[in-house]
Design a binder for this molecule. Structure first.
Ligand code: IPM
Ligand code: MG
Length: 353
């Protein structure tokens, strides 16, 4: 197996370094893979003039899995859109056909007080958001900003084919089967035709999964229900843009966006694994970033691409033990716990692997 390592920008290199240490510890224990570094995002713009250079394209096409830190930084925000780091991320998703984005939002009991919601609202929270990742308004054509009758107009296209909806629905139904067998599909069918089709196709697909209980929710209501009573959700499936927004919202229920991993998969379980948070340039290089989302993304890699459930569980239980021992990076710190930095958090995980 070959893993491409794309550390990216901002805190990316610091947090990826800790996840790499964890992977290497498992390798010396018998897991077989090689790691190969590459450039994506702002660092690629600086070195090669584009966010997703040809060398990186070859590297990730050959690799079985990709570990990604985060991309972006304020110095790139004024570049033409196609040269911005975020474009590198969107291109790699599209190039590798990573249409299924799994974003688990799990509350570790030790962090119940780190959430901005009351502990009794979030205690026991365990949601899986399945976000479609290669379609929708993110990629729809036509798009642009142009002059019309003397003023600028901006426009994008929200579009889904039934094949795109069906394949992500199948991923979500299968995931629900491995959990509590409840699936909530989120759309805006009261206004948008595109999502009327979404609802129709998800409903048709449900016939193949009679053992899974399907419900539908409008996206504005879903945003509200996530903070009102988040434990009503088991698996949530939704389109690219709604999934982007709802997954950030769900992350805060767990205490910190620094805790949430993600997997982006194609139809053969090749995957890209990354924390859901960004590059946090304001705290980069200070040894304060939380590496746990990236370390937990490595666990997802073992589970989904390598089919190494045991290795995944070892990482996840190390995270639980470290939290239970009271170690916290600043984002999840509360009085009475022990504040440590990025590298020390990596040390603590390794000591418990
Ligand atoms: C995410 C991010 C990206 C997205 C950005 C950085 C392009 O917010 O992975 O959720 O919108 O998909
Ligand atoms: Mg996002």
């Amino acid at each position: 197996m070959k893993i491409a390592i794309l550390a990216g920008d901002g805190i990316g290199p610091e947090i990826v370094a800790q996840a790499v240490r964890v992977l290497e510890a498992l390798r010396s224990d018998g897991l077989k893979f090689e790691l190969e570094p590459g450039l994506l995002g702002g660092c690629a713009v600086d070195a090669a003039g584009e966010p997703f250079p040809e060398a990186t394209r070859r590297l990730v096409t050959d690799a079985d899995a990709v570990m990604l830190g985060a991309v972006g930084g304020p110095q790139y925000d004024t570049l033409p859109r196609e040269q911005r780091p975020e474009q590198g991320l969107l291109s790699i998703r599209k190039t590798l056909n990573l249409f299924a984005n799994l974003r688990p939002a799990v509350l570790y009991p030790e962090l119940a007080n780190a959430s901005t919601l009351k502990p009794e609202v979030v205690m026991g929270l365990d949601i899986l958001i399945v976000r479609e990742l290669t379609g929708d308004i993110y990629f729809g054509e036509p798009r642009g900003i142009e002059q019309r009758r003397g003023q600028r107009v901006g426009y994008n296209t929200m579009i889904y084919s039934e094949a795109e909806i069906r394949r992500i629905a199948r991923v979500a139904f299968k995931a629900a089967r491995k959990r509590n067998r409840r699936l909530c599909s989120v759309d805006k069918m009261n206004v948008l035709e595109c999502t009327q089709l979404w609802r129709d196709v998800v409903t048709e697909t449900a016939k193949d999964y009679p053992d899974v209980e399907l419900s539908h929710m409008l996206v504005d209501n879903a945003a509200m229900q996530l903070v009102r009573n988040p434990r009503q959700f088991d698996v949530v499936v939704t389109g690219n843009m709604f999934g982007d927004i709802l997954s950030d919202e769900a992350s805060m229920l767990t205490g910190s966006i620094g805790m949430l991993p993600s997997a982006s998969l194609d139809d053969r379980n090749k995957g890209l694994y990354e924390p859901i948070h960004g590059s946090a340039p304001d705290i980069a290089g200070k040894d304060v970033a939380n590496p746990l989302a990236t370390i937990l993304s490595a666990a997802m890699m073992l589970r989904y691409t390598f089919d190494e459930e045991a290795g995944a569980c070892r990482i996840e239980s190390a995270v639980k033990k470290v939290l239970a021992s009271g170690y916290r990076t600043p984002d999840i710190y509360e009085p009475g716990t022990k504040k440590i930095g990025t590298v020390a958090m990596g040390d603590a995980i390794l000591a418990n692997i």
